[in-house]
Design a protein around this ligand. Structure first.
Ligand code: 13P
Length: 280
């Protein structure tokens, strides 16, 4: 069933576990994530980046496809549909109008004052529509982005001045693969949790060792974003399938060949994060 992210993450916060937010790239991915989560009785967040929205055809396609799958597959576990890294107020509004239940406004590249004021604009619109908002302070690292650690005082300001529901404080994580061991500042994470009281979000969930993820949960992380890990699991299985079955051209078995690898990864992560069996 479609559920607000507030309900999903408030329960996670109260019971000290984290819910995975898996990035959706197409219909197959949405189906595999929903079915694996139903099997493991896990609340789940299906998040879609702006580039994936464009790839799929638009905000309505993404939101309504997930909603239709939840209905036709008779998914009973709580499912939130979240816009990952919304880059503009306008795109957040479009996602809300299309049926997303939560949006992230990513103003991390903007000066603080502008990040706060634009986030506030998104919050005003979102809350009128029963939709929740995540914001980012500091900068998550990645191929084209250097890591900037979140300042706790700036975190308090954005929470108090914009009225967001969840906060992603960047504290050393990166999108994509880590070069060497990740270094995430969980002491500051705890400080930000205590100062803000909000469920916190960890971006760049791929490649973070299990014990580090568990430390993150103890420090206030309630949502862990995972994308690259599923991409690797799916594409490796698909590549093997195509190599082993040179004569196949029906797209359905080809697209489906990554299903088991993805579902195994999802169930493993749900167990690790403690959300396995937490659907009710
Ligand atoms: P990874 O691709 O590193 O798992 O990060 C996903 C993410 O943070 C999406 O916002």
């Amino acid at each position: 069933m479609i559920e607000t992210m507030e309900k999903i993450l408030k329960k996670a916060q109260a019971e000290q576990y984290a819910v995975a937010a898996y990035n959706v790239n197409n219909l197959e991915w949405a189906r595999f994530i929903l079915e694996a989560s139903e099997d493991s009785k896990t609340p789940v967040i299906l998040e879609v980046s702006e580039s994936a929205v464009t790839y799929m055809g638009g905000f309505n396609v993404a939101a309504q496809m997930i909603r239709a799958l939840v209905k036709d597959l008779k998914i009973t576990v709580p499912v939130a549909i979240h816009l990952d890294h919304g880059k503009s107020v306008e795109s957040c509004k479009q996602a809300i109008d299309a049926g997303f239940t939560s949006v992230m406004f990513d103003g991390s590249q903007l000066p603080l004052e502008e990040n706060i004021s634009k986030t506030k604009e998104v919050v005003n619109y979102a809350h009128q529509h029963g939709v929740t908002v995540e914001a980012e302070i500091g900068k998550v690292g990645g191929e084209n982005s250097e890591i900037v650690h979140a300042d706790p005082n700036e975190c308090v300001r954005i929470v108090q001045e914009s009225g967001i529901d969840f906060l992603a404080p960047a504290l050393g994580s990166v999108h994509g693969l880590y070069h060497g061991e990740p270094h995430i500042d969980f002491d500051t994470t705890k400080k930000i949790r205590d100062l803000t009281g909000l469920p916190l979000v960890l971006h760049g969930g791929t490649g973070i060792p299990d014990e580090m993820l568990l430390e993150g949960i103890k420090s206030g992380i309630c949502k862990v974003n995972i994308n690259t890990e599923l991409q690797i699991a799916w594409s490796m299985a698909l590549r093997k399938y195509l190599n082993d079955n040179q004569e196949v051209y029906d797209p359905r078995p080809i697209m489906k060949s990554g299903e088991m690898a993805m579902k195994e990864e999802i169930v493993y992560k749900n167990k690790l994060l403690g959300s396995y069996g937490k659907a009710n």
